[in-house]
Write a protein that binds this ligand. Structure first.
Ligand code: GUN
Length: 298
């Protein structure tokens, strides 16, 4: 059997960022508008700090304005809501992202629902969730968008494919399943209570793993030739106090069976950030009444 083609998410993400940078330049030169992204982090979770710094770094790199708000762990819910209301009213800010998870004591759903849906760059507001499910203009969450882009770039047309999404989170699993339905796949959502996960997985032409369990999906769970998208980013300790990043899929086994597979790192992760930038550009175009076709091309 031939080994899987390894999907290069880093290269695809870089290509997207180049397109986005070109559009940002055109928005600046022809419309005198600079897309602005505000990122809010509450607390000092080291992984979240790395993600937020990367988001800001790449936003600036493509020519956007980046507004960072690092708040202490003991920030109150009302202080956070006041900050969000200020960002809602700030015309220089087109996209607002509040990094999750939030510290205990802050009502995450209330925070999400306080973000103006037209600036909800994550697509987590119930208005945008509803739009994803019913159609019409909304915002789609960045990680599922990145997964779909990688699938389309490798597999092509997804019509009629049997897909399984492992995980039912609001951030990845549920919107991912809906995006695959929109692409005419037959979709199963599996989760911790699914009875025979390996069996369900083996039936699928497309596997999207978003369960947060290091290397749980084994090679013999994969249908030969299937496309495997690994959303997991798990840090596992190594002897000597070091650590390494692994996905939710046991890569060395799955690569021998799959047709296409994303690595960790260098697969879905970089795509998520590029999709965040694309959503920011899209929201900027909508708020500035610039033709959306201009923004949707990248
Ligand atoms: N935490 C983990 N993934 C995400 C994401 O896509 N958006 C936000 N806001 N927080 C996250």
């Amino acid at each position: 059997m031939t080994r899987a083609i390894i999907i290069d998410g880093k290269a695809a993400a870089e290509e997207l960022r180049q397109d986005i940078a070109q559009h940002v330049g055109e928005a600046r030169d022809y419309h005198h508008i600079v897309p602005g992204l505000a990122v809010v982090l509450v607390g000092a979770d080291p992984a979240s700090q790395v993600y937020v710094r990367n988001k800001n770094k790449f936003a600036v790199e493509v020519g956007m304005r980046s507004f960072e708000h690092f708040l202490p762990e003991d920030t109150s819910e009302s202080e956070l809501l006041t900050l969000i209301e200020g960002l809602n009213d700030d015309p220089a800010v087109h996209g607002i992202l509040v990094q999750l998870p939030l510290p205990r004591g802050i009502d995450t759903q209330l925070v999400i629902e306080t973000i103006d849906p037209v600036k909800d760059v994550d697509g987590f507001h119930p208005y945008n969730v509803g739009r994803l499910f019913t159609g019409g203009q909304g915002v789609t969450p960045c990680t599922p968008l990145g997964c779909l882009e990688l699938l389309k770039r490798s597999v092509g047309d997804l019509t009629g494919k049997r897909a399984i999404v492992l995980g039912r989170s609001n951030i990845v699993g549920k919107p991912m399943a809906q995006l695959l339905v929109r692409e005419n796949c037959t979709v199963t959502i599996a989760h911790s209570k699914t009875l025979d996960l390996p069996h369900e997985c083996r039936r699928a032409d497309i596997v999207v793993a978003a369960i947060g369990q290091p290397e749980m999906v084994r090679g013999d769970w994969i249908k030969p030739g299937a496309a495997v998208i690994d959303v997991g980013i798990n840090r596992v300790p190594l002897p000597g106090g070091k650590s390494r990043l692994v996905g939710d899929v046991k890569f060395d086994e799955a690569v021998e069976v799959a047709g296409f597979i994303t690595p960790v790192p260098g697969g879905v992760g970089p795509m998520t950030i590029s999709m965040l930038l694309r959503n920011t550009l899209l929201l900027c175009c909508r708020q500035s009444k610039i033709d959306e076709g201009f923004c949707e091309r990248p």
